[in-house]
Design a protein around this ligand. Structure first.
Ligand code: I3S
Length: 128
């Protein structure tokens, strides 16, 4: 292809510990279960592994499988409304597959960075 990739839209690679819960699965509401997860954004895929109590062990090392993954293509990201959670700095991620997540950290700059990364990923993959 003649498409020249802008350095600003190079494949996303981001990781860190976030608090995560599913709120909807296959379009059906599910009970919240907040879990501290090692979270990796790889291309348009967001992967979660259960927190290992320090973040040193992760699925990239072959130790544990991702607990779950979601495809960000066709999804949307927004700040969660107050009725979705009493926590601060909560992102609501809706996926095309009908799995919706809340993503949170006590650190607002961490959450802001993830918000931007998720939003950029979704818009960069919008035509796929
Ligand atoms: O939306 P909810 O039901 O108020 O979510 C809270 C519950 O998941 C609660 O657990 P129980 O289902 O055992 O009551 C959690 O401890 C809370 O953290 C959830 O609310 P927040 O506002 O933290 O998302």
């Amino acid at each position: 292809s003649a498409h020249v990739q802008d350095p600003a839209d190079k494949p996303s690679e981001k990781c860190g510990i976030l608090n995560v819960t599913k709120i909807t699965e296959n379009g059906k509401k599910v009970r919240k279960n907040w879990t501290s997860s090692w979270t990796v954004l790889q291309g348009s895929t967001l992967l979660f592994a259960k927190g290992q109590g320090g973040g040193t062990s992760w699925f990239g090392g072959g130790q544990s499988k991702p607990e779950f993954t979601v495809d960000l293509k066709g999804g949307s990201v927004d700040w969660a409304s107050k009725d979705k959670s009493s926590k601060k700095h909560v992102i609501e991620l809706k996926t095309r597959q009908g799995t919706d997540l809340l993503i949170q950290s006590e650190n607002d700059s961490v959450v802001n960075d993830w918000f931007k990364a998720l939003q950029d990923t979704i818009s960069n993959h919008a035509s796929e």
